[in-house]
Design a protein around this ligand. Structure first.
Ligand code: ADP
Ligand code: MG
Length: 475
């Protein structure tokens, strides 16, 4: 989602924004808060006050979806919008500081890599734009507009994180083990989902609310639909998302292979549920890329990919996706191997309602399935069998990108070509699973050797969102 914030009325713009505009670091300028918060003073090597250790020691607020919708359905009143801004501000600096601290905890040679250090600097920069807001109250709409501008910049700054991190960790693969990287990325990318969600939620609430009490405000570029609360669509229709993502992936296929596979949506395509459309789009695009690529490379272009949508009745929490102990060797296990999982992510957003209706989507392709030598690796970050070398047999490689220089080059080339690449980054499955699990869903892969693959995506809805869920104002 791209949001454009109204231009600043610059007369009393906070000093930090001015400094950022001038390209200077503003970490040392968090003077507003000094009077309010007793804390240890960390001074870095340049003699600049370092807020990170102090902030990173603070516990992460256990965020719930109720938090995201607590300010009510847009258009919000001015007071509710200010309250949303204050709540967002109370969360973000601590979340960013935790990420900066995690980056600092990586081996020095890894953080010194130009790509990893770019991400590190992005986090430092974003924190520096928020710190001047701490310790002051966002008490009028002028402040709120300026704060929303800071959030929009933050979201924009971190847009390209994934290919940059992918490239960085590949370049550092001699200095850090694949397990350490997976642990870091699992935690980092899951935390990133939450941080972006918090920022984007306020930005979307801002744009769907301000035109109602400020006729001067520019028209909203964000979806203004009655079923939206910020970035959550309370009546999201997965079949529509599948069709639009299918068109996008078919375009990429045409570009890469010169053929355009077909797809069919069946089951109950009129199903709707409450979910974050951006997350569903990401997951569906990645799963369709895999299915389309396998179909084409297996020479089965005439066989449509069949996507079945089934509404899921409320179930006891997590019942469906508990993998039985006996499924250790089964391909349908939903829990990844313990050693490949990151630490428990304390800032995952809890579902609003454990019994919320959800949806299961099965993507069935005739792409020949996944070989038993490949299957154990598919959830690893940077694992791919894609090669953009035309001499390579399609799908012929089964080694992890960590183990082979050629594979690494293929990943780096995918990182450079961005989202127009059909495959190659090796992040599609693990990151899709991170998105699905964020609200308590999951992804299972079932391969029929020589035939094709079924991918089951289960998403838990975010629950009933009613005006009554709006609690008292948060400070
Ligand atoms: P990438 O697509 O960039 O390779 P992914 O994480 O999306 O990364 O997938 C990892 C690997 O899993 C793929 O390279 C491929 O070998 C395998 N895979 C995933 N989905 C399928 C599928 N539907 N059919 C065959 N192989 C698949
Ligand atoms: Mg993929």
């Amino acid at each position: 989602m791209k949001c454009i914030v109204r231009p600043l009325r610059t007369s009393n713009a906070p000093r930090a924004i001015f400094q950022v505009a001038c390209g200077r670091r503003a970490l040392s300028t968090a003077h507003h808060s000094d009077r309010h918060r007793p804390r240890e003073q960390h001074i870095d090597r340049q003699g600049v006050a370092d807020e990170v250790p102090w902030l990173a020691k603070q516990a992460l607020h256990p965020l719930s979806l109720a938090d995201l919708v607590r300010h009510g359905r847009p258009p919000l009143s001015a007071e509710a919008l200010l309250s949303s801004a204050r709540f967002t501000l109370s969360l973000l600096p601590i979340r960013l500081a935790h990420r900066i601290q995690a980056l600092r905890n990586l081996p020095y040679i890894v953080v010194s890599n130009p790509n990893i250090s770019k991400i590190y600097n992005n986090y430092q920069h974003s924190l520096s734009t928020l710190l001047p807001w701490q310790g002051r109250t966002i008490s009028n709409l002028e402040d709120e507009i300026r704060f929303t501008e800071v959030l929009a910049e933050l979201v924009q700054t971190h847009t390209d994180t994934i290919p940059i991190l992918a490239r960085g960790f590949l370049e550092c693969r001699k200095y850090i083990s694949a397990i350490e990287v997976t642990r870091f990325l699992d935690e980092h990318l899951r935390a990133r989902i939450g941080t972006r969600l918090v920022a984007e939620q306020h930005i979307a609430l801002h744009f769907s609310s301000t035109p109602h009490f400020d006729p001067q405000a520019s028209p909203t570029p964000c979806p203004e639909h009655p079923s939206y609360i910020g970035v959550i669509d309370t009546a999201l229709r997965p079949a529509a998302t599948i069709d639009s993502c299918g068109g996008f992936v078919a375009d990429i296929c045409e570009l890469n292979y010169g053929v355009r596979p077909q797809w069919i949506v069946d089951g109950e395509p009129d199903t709707t549920f409450a979910f974050v459309p951006m997350h569903l789009e990401y997951i569906v695009t990645e799963l369709l890329k895999n299915a389309f690529r396998a179909t084409v490379e297996n020479g089965m272009n005439r066989e449509p990919i069949v996507i079945t949508v089934a509404p899921e009745p409320p179930l006891p929490p997590h019942a469906l996706f508990k993998s039985p102990a006996s499924s250790q060797t089964s391909t349908v296990r939903l829990d990844p191997p313990q050693e490949s999982r990151g630490a428990f992510n304390p800032d995952a957003i809890a579902p609003l309602d454990d019994n919320a209706p959800g949806v299961t989507i099965r993507i069935r392709d005739r792409g020949g399935g996944i070989g038993s030598d490949v299957l154990p690796h598919i959830w690893g970050y940077s694992f791919t069998t894609f090669s953009d070398d035309p001499d390579d047999v399609p799908g012929g490689s089964s080694s992890s990108a960590w183990g082979s220089g050629d594979d690494a080059l293929s990943v780096i080339s995918a990182a450079n070509s961005g989202s127009s690449s059909i495959a190659g980054l090796g992040y599609g499955l693990p990151l899709s699973r991170a998105y699905a699990e964020y609200f308590g869903g999951g992804i299972a892969v079932q391969s029929l050797h020589g035939w094709g693959t079924d991918v089951y995506l289960r998403l838990k809805g975010v629950g009933k969102i009613e005006q009554e869920t709006v609690p008292k104002t948060v400070q």
